[in-house]
Structure formats: C-alpha cells, structure tokens
Design a protein. Sequence first.
Length: 90
Amino acid sequence: MKPLPAILFAGLLAVSAQASAEVVNLTNSAEGADRDAGIAAVKDKLQAACTERKGTPNADSFEVVFERTSENPDVPKPYYIDAKMQCELP
C-alpha cells in the first residue's frame, strides 16, 4: 500500500503545477508603412516575447492601446502602434 500515497502525492503536484500558471499582459510598440503593417509588426513582437518566456500567447486578447500617424510625408514608417496581449506563463 505504500505506492498509493506516492501516486496521490505525484498527482497533487501535477495539479498544483497547472494551477500555478499565470496570465500576464505584455505590451509593446512598433512602426509600419501603414496601419496594418504596424499592427502586424507589434503582434509579432508580442507573440515572440511570450514564446521567449516559454508561454502561450492568447491572440484573441490582442488590443491596440494607442496609435499615431506622423504628419511628415518623408517618414518611411509613419504609423506608430502600442498594443497589449495576454500571455499564459507556466
């Protein structure tokens, strides 16, 4: 009967490891030639930052927080985008 408590203890550790996962909000910014390019660039940055931390990005939580367009026609990437996304960390 000694293996049963060891199995139960291992099961509790596995459940508590899953329960200790946390969801964090990552923020970043990017520039682009147009709005869509800026959004794609910041989304790529956020997903890369999440996977660098060995997390899972939640693409459905992506949200543009701030955007600005430069009035200067000589700026190569006139669209500036700030965004956030949730990342589930282990």
